[in-house]
Design a protein around this ligand. Structure first.
Ligand SMILES: NC(=O)c1ccc[n+]([C@@H]2O[C@H](COP(=O)([O-])OP(=O)(O)OC[C@H]3O[C@@H](n4cnc5c(N)ncnc54)[C@H](O)[C@@H]3O)[C@@H](O)[C@H]2O)c1
Length: 276
């Protein structure tokens, strides 16, 4: 924190959706916010909104697939404000399709952004936080990484890896005064569908339908839950009630959970159509 009590926050993928909602939440609470993304146009628009809160903020282009970009984002935050209190590893993309249709390129692409992007953020910021003796990592995973629905193997694995890394680090970094929060949302409305890569042309429409039917929580609601969880040093955040119930059911009845997945698997088998 700086002398005025403002935290220094860096958010990846902050030009849109949840990252943008988090940036605005932190700015409204009086914290300094560095936003990074690939989308310069949306990044510039978000920065204008952040500055209306009167806090110090900047936008920098950063592709989380490049270690040097991520290191430069952390270095720029440290240079401007003397340290980094919260890193939110939020940048992510959508992917899916029947397992044997998904190409190695699509596996590598989604892992590179959704998992290795988070890993790079942690690698670049943990040495700074250890030196400070304080800090907090927020890793945006997904309920997909806990429930593993059929037809989304590459997305599920990328998010399960984020959960595993986060759970390891929450214990390992505790003696260094560094907290970790892992967020596992279900569907909510953002621009995530724009990034979809799938060899099955029905995947994008299915995602759109799930997102459209998911009006219970907005990106702003989830950003507030994450803000509160960081304040409370809470590890796991599962914002959606139905998803929490599904997780409890899986933990108590794994065989029944897997039987329930058969229905979804049959839909993937019956409805899949090769993309043009
Ligand atoms: N929306 C949902 O239903 C949902 C559900 C569970 C988890 N999530 C996760 O929430 C996070 C935020 O996604 P969102 O829903 O707000 O989507 P979004 O598409 O609105 O925002 C994602 C942002 O990440 C950026 N991005 C993509 N690749 C990048 C890269 N290589 N480097 C830097 N930035 C990059 C995009 O430009 C975009 O601004 C993602 O990790 C996503 O997997 C979303």
């Amino acid at each position: 924190m700086d002398r005025s009590g403002s935290k220094r926050v860096l958010i990846t993928g902050a030009a849109s959706g949840l990252g943008k909602a988090l940036a605005l939440k932190y700015a409204r609470q009086g914290h300094h916010v560095a936003i990074v993304d690939l989308n310069d146009e949306r990044g510039a628009e978000t920065l204008v909104q952040l500055k209306l809160s009167g806090v110090d903020a900047f936008y920098q282009r950063c592709d989380v697939r490049k270690m040097e970009d991520v290191e430069q984002a952390v270095a720029a935050t440290k240079k401007r404000w003397g340290g980094i209190d919260i890193l939110i590893n939020n940048a992510g993309v959508a992917a899916g399709g029947p397992f044997d249709w998904v190409s190695s390129e699509d596996w590598e692409w989604v892992m590179d952004i959704n998992f290795f992007g988070v890993l790079r953020g942690c690698q670049a910021s943990v040495p700074v936080m250890k030196e400070q003796g304080s800090g907090h990592l927020v890793n945006i995973a997904s309920m997909a990484g806990l429930l593993n629905p059929p037809g989304m193997s590459n997305y599920n694995v990328s998010k399960a890896a984020v959960v595993s890394l986060s759970e390891t680090l929450v214990a390992e970094l505790q003696p260094w005064g560094i907290g970790v929060t892992c967020v596992c949302p279900s569907f909510f409305k953002t621009n995530l569908g724009e990034s979809m890569r799938s060899p099955d042309k029905t995947t994008a429409a299915k995602l759109d339908k799930l997102v459209e039917g998911s009006s219970d929580l907005s990106a702003d609601d989830i950003a507030t839950m994450i803000y509160d969880a960081v304040e409370a040093n809470q590890f796991l955040v599962m914002p959606h009630e139905k998803a929490r119930q599904a997780w409890d059911f899986k933990c108590a009845n794994l065989d029944d959970h897997l039987k329930a997945q058969h229905r979804l698997a049959q839909q993937v088998k019956d409805q899949a159509q090769p993309a043009d």
